[in-house]
Design a binder for this molecule. Structure first.
Ligand SMILES: [Zn+2]
Length: 378
């Protein structure tokens, strides 16, 4: 099975300089190649092949003043030409004409030669960059992986990441004979029929609250600065605004990372106890109650990320994953006797049944989800 992984990198100062050189050179070669293509087309009405451009590139590298291109991996430069070739071919197939890559608009990433990559302890080897410190958050022994495909190193404004696809064997696990029902909510992110699997709402944790406040403050500061520097009807981006925007981008990325990591921990916890199946609701908007600490958009994003991760992890371990139909009354049904309480309101936090059963509303829903399809309700 192929699996895409993201590995956080901790380059030294010198390595970081080299990485920026790789990013800059890829952009340079792409633009240089595009210029060549344009001129060639004007003269001959034909397209240069990637191989022809490769020959031109070697000539360029040997010209005086272009020695710096030798500091960069040749595979990286060739990849820029392949990217260009793809964009140019797409143009001939009806897409838009390839654009020159600008420093401001293009993504900060570069291709790293796949067959030079290997892991050892917390080190990854990258061609021309050398042995870079890294952190492996996956339960995979990367030193045993021999095949890496399409590796890219990118900088997201805050951290360096290596994204690469690896080939791993699908392991069959011994599963237990219980099922897990998971109910997603705003007060708590996930409530399950097994208490240890419950997961808090990360946005209520002090660290995230502080960061969110800080983000809002910066955003206000930024829009105020835009207003102040407005010339006529045109907004101006000053150096200070650019600096502020960079900080905002970093904060966004940090928050997104914390949220994603939180969901990874929650979903991992569930597959680690190896149930034979996991049952969840189909995502619906009525789940999103109004909450002043959380925008609907963030909740929605978190919920769909949770479901995607849950699905993927279940597939990986051979656990059955089920989403109940939207009309299934998981909240309104008594998980003890099966009665359906039609007048259950969103504000009723505790579920009380005529049969004497009493439980937290979301807990009751998770019990029902866990039982879904296993028995016919009375
Ligand atoms: Zn009941």
């Amino acid at each position: 099975m192929k699996r895409a992984i993201n590995i956080r990198l901790f380059p030294s100062k010198d390595q970081e300089v080299l990485m920026w050189k790789h990013i800059g050179s890829m952009r340079y070669v792409f633009n240089w190649g595009l210029d060549k293509q344009i001129n060639h087309y004007k003269a001959t009405k034909k397209k240069l092949s990637a191989a022809e451009l490769g020959v031109e590139l070697t000539k360029l590298k040997n010209q005086e003043g272009y020695e710096w291109l030798y500091q960069v991996s040749n595979a990286t430069l060739k990849e820029a030409l392949r990217d260009l070739d793809k964009a140019y071919s797409n143009f001939f197939n009806g897409s838009g004409f390839p654009k020159f890559k600008s420093k401001k608009k293009s993504k900060d990433k570069f291709y790293s030669r796949y067959d030079k990559i290997y892991f050892k302890n917390n080190i990854v080897n990258l061609e021309k960059i050398g042995k870079v410190q890294c952190r492996n958050n996956y339960d995979i022994d990367l030193s045993k992986v021999t095949k890496f495909s399409n590796p890219r190193v990118s900088f997201n404004g805050r951290v360096w990441v290596l994204s690469v696809a690896i080939e791993i064997e699908n392991e069959k696990e011994q599963l237990n004979d219980f099922s897990v029902g998971v109910d997603l909510g705003i007060r708590d992110l996930a409530i399950a029929n097994i208490d240890e699997l419950d997961t808090k709402n990360i946005n209520k944790i002090a660290k995230v609250r502080i960061l969110t406040k800080k983000l809002k403050r910066l955003q206000r500061q930024c829009s105020r600065k835009y207003e102040k520097n407005k010339k006529g009807v045109c907004y101006q981006k000053t150096k200070n605004i650019a600096k502020l925007e960079k900080r905002i981008k970093r904060l966004h990325s940090k928050l997104a990372h914390i949220r994603e990591n939180h969901i990874h921990q929650a979903t991992s916890k569930i597959v680690k106890i190896k149930p034979f199946r996991v049952v969840m609701e189909t995502l619906k908007v009525s789940n999103m109650m109004k909450n002043k600490h959380l925008s609907k958009a963030i909740a929605e994003q978190g919920f769909s990320m949770f479901i995607t991760q849950m699905k993927n992890k279940c597939t990986k371990y051979g656990i059955e994953f089920i989403q109940v139909p939207t009309f299934y009354p998981s909240s309104k049904t008594c998980s003890c006797c099966g009665r359906i309480k039609k007048d259950l309101k969103l504000s009723d936090r505790v579920y009380k049944c005529e049969c004497g059963f009493k439980a937290d509303r979301d807990k009751n829903a998770s019990y029902n989800l866990a039982k879904y399809g296993l028995e016919v309700s009375v």
